[in-house]
Design a protein around this ligand. Sequence first.
Ligand SMILES: [Zn+2]
Ligand SMILES: [Zn+2]
Length: 276
Amino acid sequence: MPRLLPCRRRPAGFSLRLKVLGCYGGQLLGFRLTSFLVNNSILLDAGSPTEALSLEAQHDIRHICLSHTHLDHIKDIAFLADNRSLKRMGGSIQNRTICIHSLAENNRVLRDHFFNEAIWPDFTRIPTMDDPILKLVDMEAEKPFVIDGITITAIRVNHPVPCTGFLVDDGTSQLIYSADTGNTDRLWEIANAQPNLKAVILDCSFPNAYQRLADISGHMTPQGMMQDLQKFTLLGKVPVYLYHMKPETLNIMTAEVEVLDVPHLRMLTQVDELLI
Ligand SMILES: [Zn+2]
Ligand SMILES: [Zn+2]
């Protein structure tokens, strides 16, 4: 069973540490956008790392696993890159490049519409093409790759733009992050097949009254999520942590999730750390 506690160092007995930097589907004072830090050097999405991490901790980041290109998941890549470039101009540093791992179609969107010199400088060519701040690395769904000792597998989910969740595996424990998704099948098939699954982080964005909005925007409500969770054979045994709640409806959603009365089902907060 994972432990949730505030802690800077990884205690003995836990090999995978996931720190929540932001877990909300909207940005308001005190509510940060989606981003999770795995073992200090890997980000799952980048909605808020420059708001949540010290400059020193930002410079430890070497990889970003990017689920999709919606702004709430890519926003802080811009500012991470900017901070990294100042650090590099100040002298040589160990972690020179941040690799962004995403579907080829997503990397194309980043190149054409984000790091295009109009919205933000092209940090895939700064300071040089041979040694850039950002490197876009195409990944394929369900083709595992290893970064910093962690095996990552992207899993396609149900969202209006190409989007993948991620299976994170350190060799002894596994964790699944759904990313933004409406009802989905493949994620659960893969979750059910894992021998050491310790936690699932799952989209739950809107209150039940907004089911139609959730359906057309590729998200879940507590009742929609509950229907989807019927496909998860480990429900009630493996913890399910909810993220992407809209901050302004958080109180309503909290009540709606409590009524479900499912063991080990709860909303994340942005100060949580998951140690597994
Ligand atoms: Zn999205
Ligand atoms: Zn989102």
